[in-house]
Design a protein around this ligand. Structure first.
Ligand SMILES: [Zn+2]
Length: 835
């Protein structure tokens, strides 16, 4: 029996829209009874589902209430978001299963891994991970999670009993709590009593940056594999604990669409994903079709989206013997909106998502044996195909902090790494037992290892929904290769990596190695203390040790602190940084008093944000400076720039722009600020804006257009093939230029997702970062684009009045996992005076 809570969904607007009354019977199957002891969502949160956009606080409240009352449920908080919101996991299964949940989990694992399994597969429950609204402004998912949780707790009868005894449901009601809260606040605070579906209403026009992303404006649905963000880290842990057979990811798309479920476009499936995966996805799709037929909702499949990048929630399971499924519901983006299909109401979007959650459960239970057997076969086949002596090798002799970060990533993905027992030479690279990491291909995560380490340059399709390459050793700028080894040394984890220096004596001067990933953090720290810091613009040697370009030197005397205080400061920094005591100024190469040691000034940094700026790129910069380097950065809204006093900033960063970029008033303001000594650093599409407003002259070149013979139908495909969605290319670097300080090799992999090509300068010294003649390392690029990319420049810097403008063609801070190029931006910030 469902309690009736009436909701007036659409009042009369202009006297044309009929009022529609909604209660739980609008959503829930009516052929089952519901346990009266279980409170409905409205009884707890105070409004009917769909009447308001659920806030994360109220969602939490309902899940906590259910878990207290229902013996079918347990609730765990797995961590917290940047805004301190809990990351809930509701585990739902029969009371009997709950009693032996840990045993079910370990049995499931041994079955899927094909080892030490001593049970009957018929008795094994299916593991289903159902997650909602990873994009916070795609809210029908999390709102449907209220209904789905209620249904799982309250439904009675043989169907639900069977499902709960044969399945373990991991219900993740909000993949992105901070984004959900942000969007719900927007939609609710703009709701009228008389709901107005006019798309021009402010309710449907969220302001920058919107609720899609997490706190630092990251798209969480790209982070399943790199796992750099707390929300992903919590769910990845759950994922590996349970290794779900099916994982669903409920999204929203444009208001004029209908409902999409996977499979996506067949030719765009990653080649490491088995064919059977797509067949099972299709079989599950049959259940969604039936469910949507029964409620009269339009839908489609196989014409859109893809299963290529493993960093997405619906693709990540595909490399773990599971089935990932993407749902996309047309968005009402508020309480109701006019659309090509009439007025699209928020409750209607919730109803479709709820029915897709139910049909997933139905499909999982019906196909349980097929799905369990598929996963076992997936792992078994993999291990048969791999030589036990094959390893991937990575190495960075000079930056243990980066190795530590990489090992942390591997650990999150349950990948093991070892030391070598012998020195290996591969081409011009030497991998040593002291520094190299060997990652054996023959381990449980062999499929993910292949996906993370492989280098791929040939593709079946030329269109990609997202990036086409993510080869991790390139992203971290490691020496990288694969080889056969007879034996492995000791296992290495992040804990084993020492990043600091021991036994630091009080000294004449100290050096700080700039190769260290976290050196910018230490530098900012020293400058904040008012200490004088110098940078070596040439290599030098002390007591047989080499110090490279970019080494920082901190004099031990004649500072605003006593030599003893300075020693204390350096000792504290030496816990995590590579600090060396230098006993004498008589170093070779150059002396410490040389004029080629240049003073480094404290920088006051602002990053431009707001309309006209790409929020992802801006968020990556904010995240990098704030969370990795503890460097204070002001987020300057471009729409208000005209009225602000910019003289307090030494450095402003302009991330890639969107649309026309900042307005003309902002341009005038920035121009005079640069003329008076400011340093503006632009990225990617900012090139057009910088050129237009004559802040710097960036000579661009473009690929030859060869699509003239394409038909109308082919035209879009041809255009798509000219997009660089995200691939990796090799640059040659001039190590003597300050923008490349801290890099010890002459080559550097760059991530690129633009078709902006910068002509190289005639002067070699002005091209410190230049694409190689054969730059293609990994990922898709058209022949036309590759030929114009080769030999092009990736950086330009130029004085302008008393100031300077610098520009990078590429995003050096991509998605927080491109550790290898973060130093480039930090060099531009700190060493501009040396350029
Ligand atoms: Zn989405």
């Amino acid at each position: 029996m469902i309690k009736k809570f009436l909701l007036v969904l659409l009042a009369f607007t202009g006297g044309t829209l009929p009022a529609q009354q909604i209660d739980l019977s609008y959503y829930l199957p009516q052929n089952v009874s519901y346990n009266k002891d279980i409170p409905t969502p409205a009884e707890v949160i105070g409004h009917e589902v769909g009447a308001w956009h659920i806030t994360h606080d109220r969602l939490s409240w309902y899940m906590q209430t259910l878990a207290k009352i229902s013996p079918r449920m347990t609730l765990v908080n797995r961590g917290k978001t940047y805004e301190d919101r809990p990351l809930w996991l509701l585990t739902v299964t029969s009371e009997d299963n709950h009693k032996v949940l840990d045993q079910i989990r370990t049995t499931h694992q041994s079955w899927s891994e094909d080892k030490n399994f001593n049970g009957k597969v018929q008795d094994l429950p299916l593991v289903l991970y159902q997650g909602f609204s990873i994009h916070g402004n795609e809210p029908s998912g999390s709102n449907a999670a209220l209904l789905y949780a209620y249904y799982l707790a309250a439904a009675e009868g043989p169907e639900i009993e069977k499902a709960l005894s044969e399945g373990v449901i991991l219900l993740d009601p909000s993949f992105n709590p901070d984004g959900l809260q942000r969007f719900s606040t927007w939609a609710n605070s703009h709701k009228s009593q008389n709901i107005n579906p006019d798309p021009n209403d402010r309710e449907y026009r969220e302001v920058w940056p919107g609720g899609r992303t997490n706190h630092y404006w990251f798209d969480l649905n790209r982070d399943w594999m790199p796992a750099q963000l707390p929300e992903s880290q919590a769910r990845i842990e759950t994922f590996h604990q349970w290794r779900p057979n099916v994982l669903t990811d409920h999204h929203e798309m444009g208001t004029n669409s209908t409902f999409f479920f996977q499979p996506g476009i067949p030719s765009r499936t990653h080649p490491l994903t088995p064919k059977l995966n797509q067949e099972l996805t299709k079989a599950i799709g049959g259940f969604h079709a039936k469910a949507l037929d029964s409620i009269g909702s339009l839908y489609y499949s196989e014409e859109d989206y893809d299963d290529f990048y493993y960093g997405k929630g619906s693709t990540f399971p595909d490399i773990h013997g599971g089935i990932g499924i993407l749902f996309e519901q047309a968005s009402s983006r508020g309480h109701a909106q006019e659309s090509d299909h009439g007025i699209l109401t928020f409750p209607f979007t919730i109803k479709n998502q709820f029915n897709a959650a139910l049909s997933t459960l139905k499909a999982g239970i019906s196909l349980r044996m097929e799905l369990l057997n598929y996963q076992r076969l997936f792992y078994k086949k993999l291990r048969q195909n791999i030589g036990s002596e094959q390893v991937y090798l990575v190495q960075d002799e000079n930056d243990p902090a980066k190795i530590k970060a990489f090992l942390t990533l591997l650990d999150r993905q349950k990948i093991q790494a070892f030391r070598l027992t012998e020195t290996l030479r591969l081409g011009d690279q030497t991998f040593t037992p002291k520094n190299a990491l060997a990652i054996p291909k023959d381990q449980t995560q062999s499929s993910l290892i292949e996906a993370m380490f492989e280098r791929r340059t040939k593709f079946q399709d030329s269109l990609f929904y997202d990036i086409s390459a993510w080869t991790m050793p390139y992203a971290f700028n490691f020496d990288y290769g694969s080889a056969k080894v007879k034996s492995l040394g000791s296992k290495v984890t992040a804990k084993d990596i020492e990043t600091g220096a021991k036994g630091l004596q009080q000294a004449y001067a100290y050096t700080l190695a700039w190769e260290d990933y976290y050196a910018p953090k230490a530098l900012d720290n020293l400058l904040n203390l008012g200490l004088r810091v110098k940078v070596a613009t040439r290599p030098f040697q002390s007591k047989g040790q080499n110090f490279d370009y970019g080494t920082l030197m901190i004099p031990g005397y004649n500072q605003n602190k006593s030599p003893e205080e300075i020693h204390e400061i350096m000792l504290a920094l030496a816990k995590n940084h590579q600090i060396t005591a230098i006993p004498s100024g008589a170093t070779s190469g150059m002396n410490l008093g040389s004029g080629d040691f240049k003073s480094v000034e404290k920088k006051n940094i602002g990053v431009l944000v707001g309309p006209g700026i790409n929020p992802y790129d801006a968020g990556e910069i904010w995240h990098l400076l704030d969370t990795r380097y503890d460097i204070q950065v002001t987020k300057l809204d471009v729409s208000a720039l005209g009225t602000k006093d910019l003289s307090r900033y030494t450095t402003l960063i302009m991330p890639s722009t969107w649309g026309a970029g900042p307005n003309t008033r902002a341009a005038e303001k920035l121009k005079s600020w640069v003329a008076n000594g400011g340093h503006l650093i632009g990225f990617r599409s900012a090139a057009y804006w910088l050129n237009k407003h004559e802040l710097i002259q960036l000579p661009l070149r473009s690929a030859e257009k060869t699509g003239a013979q394409a038909t109308f139908e082919q035209r879009q495909r041809y255009r798509g093939a000219q997009v660089i969605g995200g691939a990796i290319f090799e640059a040659e670097i001039d190590r003597s230029h300050p923008v490349t300080f801290g890099y010890s090799k002459d080559k550097l992999p760059l991530f690129r997702n633009t078709t902006i090509f910068l002509k190289p300068d005639e002067q070699r010294a002005n091209n410190p970062l230049k694409y190689s003649a054969n730059p293609h390392l990994s990922g898709y690029i058209s022949k036309e684009n590759l030929s114009v990319l080769a030999g092009s420049s990736a950086f330009k810097t130029k004085r302008n009045g008393s100031g300077r403008v610098s520009y990078f063609t590429d995003n050096t801070n991509f998605r927080a996992f491109w550790y290898g190029t973060n130093k480039l931006m930090m060099n531009a910030i700190f060493f501009e005076d040396q350029m």
